[in-house]
Design a protein around this ligand. Structure first.
Ligand SMILES: Nc1ncnc2c1ncn2[C@@H]1O[C@H](COP(=O)(O)OP(=O)(O)OP(=O)(O)O)[C@@H](O)[C@H]1O
Ligand SMILES: CC(C)(CO)[C@@H](O)C(=O)[O-]
Ligand code: BAL
Length: 292
């Protein structure tokens, strides 16, 4: 089984126009490739919700604030295409750098407020790069639905706001984080972990789930965050960039927990930066999922 691949905006538009003429609902799943079960779960959900599913593969240079990170990003196009073909995805869109950013390209999409803080504070220009490329992908595909993972929670907020502000007529759909059996959130960057780092990695999720449960149960927020931060460092993470409690709905700082929250973290294991987040329910009877 194979999946058709288009590499130009013109070919992509022609295919989508034909589908729309036939009255079909079209979904897009933007990715940077090196596909794992997290990406595939987005594609499966898209296949349930739409008649035609496009997966995009583009390692977007504009969202990398480190050349080393960009150079090390895994590229596995043939394997990716085989995985998507076996799912029944209808089209792969794989533009090259010139197709996406032709000579003279001069536009940046910036989502103020939501792009600041959390990952935005440590990856300058990252969310401008994401907002710019996702705006282009949504407009190039003309899709009716777009699927994003909860693992990149701030990104999801940035994309949702951007689509709303630019009047792009598309529904942004949020999909839950897929985890390994030991709780580690799937990420292409997990491939860079050594064997011993891989053993330490799931402790981030375990500590987040435990702290979230304690806060949901009434423990003081700031003291619990301080303890959790120390626990992440003690578990073997070299550096905790941030660990914060924010409102689920708009990412505003949340004190007290008077509406549903999210605990979000980024931390380094050697040269690899991992992110994760978990929900923090509020109100009586709030129950938090566990990592297992
Ligand atoms: N574990 C996961 N569960 C659900 N969705 C995921 C997961 N990991 C990534 N995604 C989603 O897949 C889409 C493409 O993500 P991306 O290609 O950056 O993969 P990634 O594994 O997150 O890579 P990276 O290591 O760069 O963060 C995004 O919407 C992202 O949120
Ligand atoms: C949304 C995205 C494909 C834009 O390059 C990327 O940020 C990602 O893979 O999450
Ligand atoms: N998952 C977000 C892509 C990035 O880290 O650049």
């Amino acid at each position: 089984m194979t999946v058709p691949i288009v590499r130009t905006v013109a070919e992509l538009r022609k295919t989508v126009a034909r589908w729309h003429d036939e009255g079909l609902r079209v979904a897009v799943v933007p990715t940077m490739g090196a596909l794992h079960e997290g990406h595939l779960s987005l594609a499966r959900t898209a296949l349930e919700r739409a008649d035609r599913v496009i997966v995009t593969l583009f390692v977007n240079p504009k969202q990398f604030n480190s050349q080393a990170d960009l150079a090390a990003y895994p590229r596995t196009e043939d394997e990716d295409a085989a995985k998507l073909a076996s799912l029944g995805v209808h089209l792969l869109y794989i533009p090259d750098g010139i197709e996406m950013y032709p000579e003279g390209f001069a536009t940046t999409v910036a989502v103020n407020g939501l792009s600041e803080g959390l990952c935005g504070a440590f990856r300058p220009g990252h969310f401008e790069g994401v907002a710019t490329v996702v705006a282009k992908l949504l407009l190039q595909t003309g899709a009716d639905l777009a699927f994003f993972g909860e693992k990149d929670f701030q990104q999801l907020h940035v994309v949702r706001r951007m689509a709303r502000d630019l009047d792009i007529p598309i529904e942004i759909v949020l999909c839950p984080t897929v985890r390994e059996s030991d709780g580690l959130a799937l990420s292409s960057r997990n491939l860079r972990l050594s064997r011993s780092q891989r053993q330490v990695a799931p402790k981030l999720a375990a500590i987040l789930f435990e702290a979230a449960a304690r806060i949901a149960g009434g423990a003081p927020v700031d003291a619990t965050l301080v303890e959790a931060r120390s626990a992440i460092a003690a578990a073997g993470y070299a550096r905790v960039e941030y660990l914060e409690l924010r409102a689920e709905e708009d990412l505003a700082p949340l004190r007290p927990l008077d509406r549903p929250g999210r605990m979000l973290a980024a931390a380094w294991l050697g040269e690899t930066r991992l992110i994760d987040n978990v929900e923090v329910p509020s109100g009586p009877g709030a129950i938090t999922r566990t990592a297992a």
